[in-house]
Design a protein. Structure first.
Length: 223
């Protein structure tokens, strides 16, 4: 209600609260002080006791599920794209390393929504590589050389990848601005993951494939 400062000893059993009060605000404060605690009972609708280990167990379960899902993604990439799937796996590992490093630098705490954000950005990184590889396949089927197919695959897929990631980045910014707690944690993880996945999916993957092509001069595209 009010937080007055005692400036002198109270000897008569009463004191005066001074300040920049109007007549209305002074009467309102006096009414509140005379009223005391207002009767406002609380009705308990539900009561739960949550153990301290529940959060840790949930995070461990989330990490375990993430590892299983990641292994499934790696198997799919290797079966569907062969050597290029291996290249993608390398960049996904690098993306995960960069993401966790960035989150550690900003002091982010690993939570279940954060794990969800990590999984989502890994999926987006894989999706970006799939777009590139499928474009390469189409170019080879159209009779273009391996070198031209690689260049065209990265060039034409770049616009689609940027659009999708930029849209998700805007959504994460909105979630961070209007959300709180776990929602903000998810938004931060998602935004950091988008930046790192763009770097690894396009730049690093392109460097690896270009170095492979210049070294081995393949006659066919191994996807």
């Amino acid at each position: 209600i009010s937080a007055p400062t005692i400036q002198s000893a109270i000897t008569g059993g009463s004191g005066v609260i001074t300040g920049n009060y109007t007549s209305e605000s002074a009467q309102e404060l006096a009414l509140l002080l005379r009223s005391g605690a207002l009767p406002a009972p609380l009705n308990i609708l539900e009561e739960r006791t949550v153990g301290a280990g529940l959060g840790a167990d949930s995070i461990e379960a989330g990490i375990f599920a993430s590892v299983i899902g990641f292994i499934g993604v790696v198997v799919f990439l290797l079966l569907a794209y062969g050597l290029f799937g291996l290249f993608t796996t390398i960049t996904v590992f690098l993306n995960l390393f960069l993401m966790l490093g960035a989150l550690s630098l900003i002091g982010a705490t690993l939570t279940l929504p954060g794990i969800a954000g990590i999984i989502l950005t890994i999926g987006m990184a894989v999706d970006a590589n799939v777009l590139i590889f499928e474009r390469m396949r189409e170019e080879v089927k159209n009779g273009r050389s391996i070198k031209d197919a690689i260049e065209t695959g990265f060039t034409f897929a770049w616009g689609t990848i940027i659009d999708s990631n930029l849209t998700t980045l805007i959504a994460s910014a909105v979630l961070f601005y209007f959300g709180s707690g776990p929602v903000r944690g998810f938004a931060v993880t998602l935004a950091v993951g988008i930046v790192t996945s763009l770097f690894t999916s396009v730049t690093v993957t392109r460097l690896i494939i270009t170095a492979w092509f210049n070294r081995f001069k393949p006659k066919a595209l191994p996807i």
